[in-house]
Design a protein around this ligand. Sequence first.
Ligand code: AMP
Length: 218
Amino acid sequence: MKNIMFIAPPAAGKGTQAEMVVEKYHIPHISTGDILRDISKEDSEIGSYVRETLASGGLVKDEITYSLIEDRLQKDDCKNGYIIDGFPRNLEQAIKYDEILDKLNIDIGNIILIDIDKDILEKRITGRRLCEECNAIYNINEENSKPEVDSVCDVCGGKLYQRSDDNLESFQNRYNTYMEKTAPIIDYYKKKHLLHTVDGNLDKEQVFAQIERIIEGK
Ligand code: AMP
């Protein structure tokens, strides 16, 4: 199976779609955001740096991100394909990613852009909740994404929490950063004929159906 990369603005549903891909195709999900959120819980200098950067909506330093990606891609579970989301986030990171893949002899695979309107993102951002234990994602404002019991994860019973950056102010920062820094990588991959676009305004099953067609080459 080909590797997959998701590109999408914040709260476009890439984490949710990644969970669905993992469940159906049994490949690991590498989310730089998830890895950094784990680091941000550490009681260390790097933990507190990452914690502050995440809360502000800015980007974590490249040297931290590059080494965590390079280490993660060498793990055995990536041999039969993986899905990466949250990286690369700017042109520099995209060029560095090409170098890392070359060095490790890994094919970049399919790149999937989740295209979605900004007003839908704003509605989603305030309702998003994550499981502390297994990172499962819910949305308390959407009937088909609510947990069965308030604040409790359906999957593992863990406690749900709201990300420190899931507020409108931080969202606006992250959205501006996406438009300014991440959007240029769309052209970069378009020129290499690697980009597929799906309509992210639809419900999650319809978005997933489009992703399945890309993965299965239909
Ligand atoms: P996400 O879960 O993808 O929305 O990422 C949450 C936060 O983690 C971002 O707002 C950044 O602060 C940080 N982050 C995630 N991926 C990267 C990356 N590739 N480079 C730098 N910072 C990142």
